[in-house]
Design a protein around this ligand. Structure first.
Ligand code: SF4
Ligand code: SF4
Length: 472
């Protein structure tokens, strides 16, 4: 029986409720009155229920779809302005005891080289990431209690925060590791992690069982209920995601929305981020085997409706997506992207061909961080290296209440300019620097409050003179 407040996976992601939602959406996809009502609700910036979001996703009326895209663009602008937050993944270990059939790190794959970074190697990777200009990382590791125990993850986080290479520092470490116990989440919180990210992969329980035939991840309930344990362990910010292509996208999307509703219903705070990856080619993995792949138009619609349904949640896309796709969906609601990513273990210090032998997935966008930063600015975006909220304790419900009152706007824009200025001073190529300084000069005038504008103007000047790490 569907119950968003239940702590049981089968009840907050109730299979029958998903199926009923899909039937309901199919029934109403051409119902103008219904679609208008959903759009009117989305216009209030209060989000949508999973059923409403499903109707909009299915909507087949061309003019209404245009309205959906237009509203997504507007909500994106209202909440996130023209800022895009930058991050990079850092792979610690590809040892894994799970049998995920879509991932080359699965236990039975004998033709990849297994690697686990030592603390010295992590320090080298972090220095290489700092030399690119990154401030925000997402660490990734396979699940292997002997090779990658919690102590290893905790020590690695400590190492990452401790490295101060030249002008660099990593100011926020997000963590993407297997579902674990409340006690382990508490220790991760105490280690100062930012967001805890765990992709559901698929919400369809039967498919989930087949796609995860062996290992602890086989346990659907353990995996699906992980976010509740993380929040019970004191982690305020959690990041959801599904891997589109494994199951039918309509099912995944509705269930993802139900998961977001569940977190809001139980913990009073929805997901901090939603990641929208699509399956990619990798060693031992042929995406053609998964016949549920989604085309670019459907992907754009998913991004747009996610923006309408969860206006306060950051939407993340990675370098799995091509430059052209990224350009398209940035407008529709994406707020965070990775840049200059290496998806192999140790790939930043010793760049190896990102071939199918070593990477978790094939990267579509191979540009350097500087190229991505330059490209964003040419498109009119402000690349932001901001990590201020987490460091000021604005997490969980404190972050959400600020966000809902749109006060976050008064922080994000100035912080984006400050951190971009640091990037320009320390890491940018000459072209990027010229473009960036011009952008900052024109954007400074867009800070509405005189006091904040003057403060930021002074800080920008100080940054030119070598000072660092200002924030609002
Ligand atoms: Fe292991 Fe994660 Fe890959 Fe599954 S998806 S095989 S858990 S690394
Ligand atoms: Fe993110 Fe907070 Fe920085 Fe805005 S001020 S970009 S919400 S960390």
């Amino acid at each position: 029986m569907y119950d968003p407040k239940s702590l049981k996976a089968d009840e907050f992601i109730d299979h029958n409720e998903v199926l009923t939602t899909l039937e309901w959406a199919d029934l109403h996809k051409n119902n103008r009155a219904m679609i208008d009502a959903c759009l009117a609700k989305a216009r209030e910036r209060k989000g949508l229920s999973h059923r409403e979001a499903a109707v909009l996703l299915d909507c087949a009326l061309e003019d209404k779809n245009e309205e959906i895209f237009e509203l997504a663009r507007q909500i994106k602008l209202d909440f996130y302005g023209n800022r895009i937050v930058m991050f990079a993944p850092l792979y610690l270990s590809n040892h894994c005891i799970n049998g995920c059939v879509y991932c080359p790190y699965h236990r039975k794959n004998k033709h990849i080289t297994r690697k686990k970074l030592t603390q010295e190697e992590i320090a080298r990777e972090v220095a290489a990431l700092q030399d690119m200009g990154h401030k925000r990382l997402a660490i990734e590791s396979g699940e292997h209690p002997k090779m990658n125990p919690l102590e290893y993850i905790l020590e690695s986080i400590q190492t990452i925060y401790s490295i101060k290479h030249k002008s660099g520092d990593i100011r926020r470490v997000n963590v993407n590791i297997a579902g674990t116990t409340v006690e382990a989440y508490r220790r991760l919180r105490d280690a100062g992690i930012g967001t805890y990210i765990l992709f559901q992969e698929t919400y369809h329980k039967n498919s989930y069982g087949k796609l995860h035939p062996t290992g602890p991840k086989h346990d659907y309930a353990w995996h699906t209920e992980a976010m509740d344990r993380a929040m019970e362990g004191g982690i305020d910010d959690v990041g959801l995601g599904v891997l589109f292509g494994l199951e039918l996208y309509r099912y995944e999307f509705s269930a993802l929305m139900m998961h977001a509703e569940h977190l809001e219903a139980v913990h009073g705070v929805g997901p901090h981020t939603i990641s929208l990856p699509r399956i990619r080619r990798a060693d031992d993995i042929d995406p053609d085997v998964f016949d549920n792949g989604i085309d670019d138009d459907t992907f754009a619609k998913i991004v747009a409706v996610t923006r309408l349904a969860t206006p306060y949640t950051g939407i993340i896309i990675s370098t799995r997506e091509s430059r052209a796709t990224r350009e398209r969906v940035l407008k529709l609601g994406v707020s965070q992207i990775s840049g200059g990513s290496r998806t192999s273990v140790g790939g930043y210090y010793e760049p190896e061909p990102e071939d199918e032998d070593s990477t978790q997935f094939e990267v579509s966008d191979n540009r350097s961080l500087d190229e991505v930063v330059n490209w964003l600015m040419e498109l009119g975006y402000i690349p932001s290296f901001c990590t201020a909220c987490y460091r000021e304790g604005r997490t969980g419900d404190r972050f959400m209440s600020l966000c809902k009152s749109q006060q976050i706007q008064n922080c994000c824009h100035p912080n984006a300019l400050i951190t971009l200025k640091e990037y320009l001073e320390d890491y940018a190529g000459p072209r990027t620097r010229t473009l960036g300084d011009r952008l900052i000069a024109s954007e400074l005038g867009n800070i509405p409050k005189d006091k904040v504008r003057h403060l930021v103007g002074g800080w920008l000047h100080d940054i030119s003179n070598g000072a660092r790490d200002f924030r609002i």
